[in-house]
Write a protein of this length. Structure first.
Ligand code: ADP
Length: 421
């Protein structure tokens, strides 16, 4: 194992694992701090999926350090700390506290900081993060319920989260390539700077900064920065690249789509699946809260459907209906209740012989994977940007596609199955 990664949420971890796989590293994703009974054998890279974006900073730091130790014990030569391409964090953290603790723990001199992902229109110029055509603080991220981003200057944002000195490697240097970036790293380290935000407008910039950081014990960034890291290991003669999977072996069994995301993309995918005739069961939060409907009803309904097509179970709804449910039941309570129910349904369906699952929604995916007791996932072929098929390492190997709400094309729920063998 060469590269050990720590991601601050589940679908972010999958996104990173896919990036590494696509660039030639055999990658395993592990849920939570790896314990002794999870096998990390046979992987070039391991991505630990934590849920450490918004929990107390001390806890995020503890889990991250424990993960780094486990990854290094399994052979990792470099640690990558992955956060969101919109730098999701509060003034208290957790990007700063976790990055700082990792840098000290790994005895690193300096670490780069770059959430850029040009393919998804996240770019950094003079330390300012752009989302599409607008600055971060003018993007929808300004209203995020948990991590509202109201400052686009990443040097400032990070400096509020850490006592270590934060600097910048600007575009004019980055554009000259790895050697110039490396010199800028050395100069910054020489004047006591420990973190450098690095500009990136194109993939090429991500690859060059990765190359310049080949010998850093710690790299921090979005999944974009990981693009160039497999090449570093190949250049050192440590990695023999493997082509990414085009198909994945799936056990016999029925297929289900579980959707808890209310994003526009997921609602469109549900409409397309219904238009194509997939049997669908809609979970109504009011009926759920009153106990008028529940997992048992869904399981009994599922057993009466034809086994020949995937079935769809969803709670996803239009924004005004979601607001109404939240007003009546409470925002977190409504969310947690639906996540719990979908997770119970997932467990029941797997017991009834379902073995192929698409789950839509980041939090929803976390709840389902937790309820199924899945500890590690192999990364298979990419269905759409950022979403691969995965197979659980334990048991008979369920196949799962864990989709962040907004990802995927309108026919995602219909076409994804074609990549299963
Ligand atoms: P996304 O990836 O789109 O953010 P998540 O699964 O992370 O999706 O978040 C969606 C949240 O909305 C979950 O907590 C889910 O339980 C909740 N939810 C789903 N359907 C409804 C609904 N009809 N009313 C209120 N909340 C809902």
């Amino acid at each position: 194992m060469l590269l050990g990664c720590i991601a601050d949420d589940l679908t972010g971890a999958t996104d990173l694992a896919l990036m590494l796989t696509r660039n030639g590293m055999r990658t395993i994703q592990v849920m939570g701090v790896p314990d002794a009974d999870v096998s990390l054998e046979g992987a070039d890279a391991v991505v630990v999926a934590l849920k450490s974006r918004t929990n107390p900073a001390e806890e995020a730091v503890r889990w991250s350090l424990q993960s780094a130790d486990a990854l290094r014990a399994a052979g990792a030569r470099q640690i990558f700390f992955k956060y969101c391409s919109t730098f999701d964090s509060t003034d208290k953290g957790n990007i700063g506290p976790v990055a700082e603790a990792l840098l000290e723990h790994l005895k690193g001199e300096i670490a780069l900081v770059c959430p850029a992902f040009p393919a998804n229109k996240r770019t950094v110029y003079l330390g300012h993060l752009f989302v599409g055509d607008v600055l971060l603080h003018e993007s929808p991220m300004k209203d995020h319920p948990l991590t509202p981003m109201r400052d686009s200057n990443l040097v400032r944002v990070l400096q509020r989260q850490t006592r270590l000195k934060v600097g910048l490697v600007p575009y004019s240097v980055v554009d000259q390539g790895a050697e110039a970036i490396g010199k800028a790293f050395a100069e910054a380290a020489g004047n006591g700077t420990r973190f450098v935000v690095v500009d990136a407008l194109q993939d090429r910039h991500l690859v060059e900064m990765g190359r310049a950081a080949a010998d850093h014990p710690l790299i921090t960034g979005g999944s974009g920065v990981a693009m160039g890291l497999p090449d570093n290991f190949e250049r050192k003669g440590l990695l023999k690249k493997s082509p990414p999977a085009t198909h994945i072996k799936a056990p016999q069994g029925r297929a289900v789509i579980l959707a808890g995301s209310c994003s526009e993309a997921t609602r469109g995918q549900i409409r397309a699946a219904q238009a194509a005739g997939l049997p669908a069961f809609k979970l109504d939060p009011f009926a759920l809260a009153k106990g008028q409907v529940g997992a048992a009803d869904v399981l009994s309904w599922a057993s009466q459907q034809t086994p020949d097509t995937p079935i769809l179970v969803y709670s996803s709804d239009e924004p005004e209906n979601v607001r109404a449910a939240q007003a009546e039941l409470g925002r977190e309570e409504a969310g947690a209740m639906i996540e719990r129910e979908l997770a119970t349904i997932a467990r029941g369906l797997v017991e009834a012989g379902f073995s192929r699952l698409i789950v839509a929604g980041g939090e929803t995916s976390g709840a389902v994977v937790g309820a199924l007791g899945i500890k590690a996932l192999e990364i298979g072929p990419e269905i759409d940007p950022g979403v691969p098929w995965t197979r659980s390492k334990e048991g008979q190997g369920l196949v799962l596609a864990l989709k962040s709400g907004n990802f995927g094309s309108p026919d995602f729920f219909l076409k994804a199955w074609k990549l299963l063998e």
